[in-house]
Design a protein around this ligand. Structure first.
Ligand code: PMP
Length: 322
């Protein structure tokens, strides 16, 4: 990766980047067994989601549907583009219920695995949604799929209405490069390209194109790294469960967990005071939970030790109050 960016490449920054992103798209196509015409790349998957809301969500006729608890930007893009959004509640175990999207007659956007829960749908469940909405685009945001969930990329060969969005920010450790890609039928990719070429044709810079191409060349290394994250996730899940937490079954590079002993906001504050950042959401149905990103084993051990100390302090405090 580092070797991909030479002094000459830096000097070449005086030239515009390739608006077609030909080399990178060829590499992604080869990696996943598609044609270049099935691949769209843009400045982070957020950029692709924004374009997709512009291209495929038509309020006059249908609007969009996505899970009530999911990636916050879906609602932001719906508001930005004036799209009517139907927010569908999760099931009783915080899962996305595929049946709620079958024959829904709207554009569908689902993060799989979902964020911040980490819970994934199977490819068969995604297929039910895609097959039952042939006149609507179904966008599956696979930002976290490489951490153990089942991808539905294969289904793109069968279903013209399926768009799978991916990012280099998570499993390829390139968040700062800002690079995302989508795989879909030629028709869907052409629509996204029209929007990109009408806004900023050179929106991926030369160095990011090189970094993305190098990451594709080293795909096995990154997938191996994802396996380590999965091992560390299993360690953290077991350790938190042993401390009494409910940990949702995650297929992402984070876990979503709650403790009966301490509320989510207090745990967030206490860990922050000890130099450890986790996430807390104020939304009522998940306000006792925290989203904890999986890091190295050392980081996970430090987190578990800090959580133990915080729970002990909370227990002592309760005892003195009695
Ligand atoms: N989708 C989901 C579900 C995410 O959590 C994120 C990252 N915050 C993104 C898309 C956007 O990622 P990026 O723009 O870095 O590719």
């Amino acid at each position: 990766m580092i070797r991909a960016i030479s002094r000459e490449q830096v000097q070449d920054l005086r030239l515009y980047s390739d608006p077609e992103c030909g080399i990178l798209r060829e590499k992604i196509a080869k990696q996943f067994g598609f044609e270049k015409a099935n691949i769209f790349v843009s400045n982070g998957s957020d950029d692709i989601l924004n374009f997709a809301f512009m291209a495929f969500c038509d309020t006059d006729r249908c609007g969009v549907a996505f899970p009530e608890i999911s990636y916050g930007f879906y609602q932001v893009y719906a508001d930005l583009h004036g799209v009517n959004a139907k927010r569908i509640p999760l099931g009783s175990n915080f899962e996305v219920c595929a049946k709620d999207y079958v024959h829904i007659g709207r554009t569908v956007v689902i993060a799989n695995p979902n964020a911040p829960t980490g819970i994934a749908l199977s490819k068969a469940e995604i297929e039910r949604i895609v097959a039952s909405n042939p006149d609507h685009v179904v966008l599956i945001d696979e930002a976290y799929v490489d951490f153990g969930a089942e991808s539905c990329i294969d289904l793109v060969r069968q279903y013209e209405n399926l768009l799978v969005v991916r990012t280099f920010s998570k499993s390829y450790s390139l968040a700062g490069a800002r690079l995302g890609f989508a795989i879909g039928s030629r028709a869907l990719i052409e629509d996204l390209e029209k929007i990109k070429y009408s806004t900023n044709p050179y929106n991926i810079n030369r160095l990011t194109l090189l970094a993305g191409s190098a990451a594709m060349d080293e795909n096995d290394f990154y997938m191996q790294n994802c396996r380590i994250i999965e091992e560390n996730r299993a360690y953290l899940t077991d350790a938190l469960t042993a401390l009494g937490f409910q940990v949702l079954p995650s297929k992402a590079n984070f876990v979503f967990a709650q403790s009966p002993e301490i509320d989510g906001e207090a745990l967030y504050r206490e860990l922050k005071a000890r130099g450890i950042l986790i996430r807390h959401f104020k939304t009522e149905s998940i306000r006792n939970f925290n989203r904890i990103t999986i890091g190295t084993m050392e980081e996970m051990q430090a987190l578990v030790a800090a959580v133990k100390a915080i729970l002990n302090d909370a227990k002592k405090q309760k005892e003195t109050e009695l």
